[in-house]
Design a protein around this ligand. Structure first.
Ligand SMILES: [Zn+2]
Length: 255
């Protein structure tokens, strides 16, 4: 049976780290424009100070990457199909991963997939250009480290199967969640075939803008049809934080 569940009190039901991750619901009302927009996030709560005084903030413009040294640890992805669980968070459309199911490994540390969500247009820029939409896959390790895998989308003639499976089931009401065990998606189908990526140290792109997040940004975009971002943008259009200063951070290119 299909089930629409209300997220009572939003973040209170979630564990602390989920509250920290992008797009989890917050008590503090923030938006992408107007008086609660990105330039005012730090004024909304003391907890959001990094949104203003942070020095390693996200998103960035990716340009001038250096070749990664040969001994830099490589990413290993272990994803398998997950039961569908879609939340309309009030800031984006988010897929909540079944705990402990999907993980990635980097440098001996295992990170569990917590959720993934979408921004339209895409948040990271590439030599100043934005994509039509992106996905951020948020991961958490046992020792409280966060890692985001980011995928950019590009318009073509092939719909993406994960997005398509989600589109018909997005709850219209903010704060609502749609969960059903019978329908599965594999987050692997959101990722490009070419596993080359850029990596850098960054932050969450949403309040509290916490830093120390490892970012892995796939170089190859994934094809979607125009209808897919159009449908997603009926829920959220412009949930994109402005580009933040690099402040001397290195961007590494891994092939
Ligand atoms: Zn995000």
């Amino acid at each position: 049976m299909n089930k629409i569940k209300r997220l009572s009190s939003g973040a209170f039901l979630l564990t602390a780290f989920v509250a920290l991750t992008a797009s989890a619901e917050s008590n503090h009302d923030w938006t992408y424009n107007g008086e609660h927009g990105p330039e005012h996030w730090a004024e909304i709560s003391k907890d959001f100070h990094a949104c203003e005084d942070g020095r390693a903030e996200s998103p960035i413009n990716i340009e001038g990457a250096k070749k990664a040294p040969a001994d830099m640890p490589r990413l290993k992805i272990t994803y398998q199909p997950l039961p569908i669980d879609i939340a309309n968070t009030g800031h984006s459309i988010q897929f909540n991963a079944a705990p402990g199911t999907d993980s990635i490994t980097l440098g001996g540390r295992v990170y569990q997939l917590v959720q993934f969500h979408f921004h339209a247009p895409g948040e990271e820029r590439f030599a100043g250009k934005e994509s039509v939409m992106d996905a951020h896959l948020v991961h958490h390790s046992d020792d409280d480290k966060l890692l985001v895998l980011a995928v950019q989308f590009k318009i073509g003639d092939q719909p993406n199967s994960v997005i398509q499976t989600m589109l018909d089931r997005i709850p219209h009401e903010k704060g609502a969640e749609f969960k059903v065990k019978a329908v599965m998606v594999n987050p692997l189908d959101l990722l490009p075939k070419d596993t080359g990526y850029y990596t850098y140290s960054d932050s969450l792109t949403t309040p509290p803008c916490s830093e120390g997040v490892t970012w892995i940004e796939f170089k190859e975009p994934v094809i979607i049809t125009q209808q897919q971002p159009d449908a997603m943008q009926r829920f959220y259009h412009g949930n994109q934080r402005p580009v933040q200063a690099l402040n001397g951070r290195d961007i590494w290119e891994v092939n």
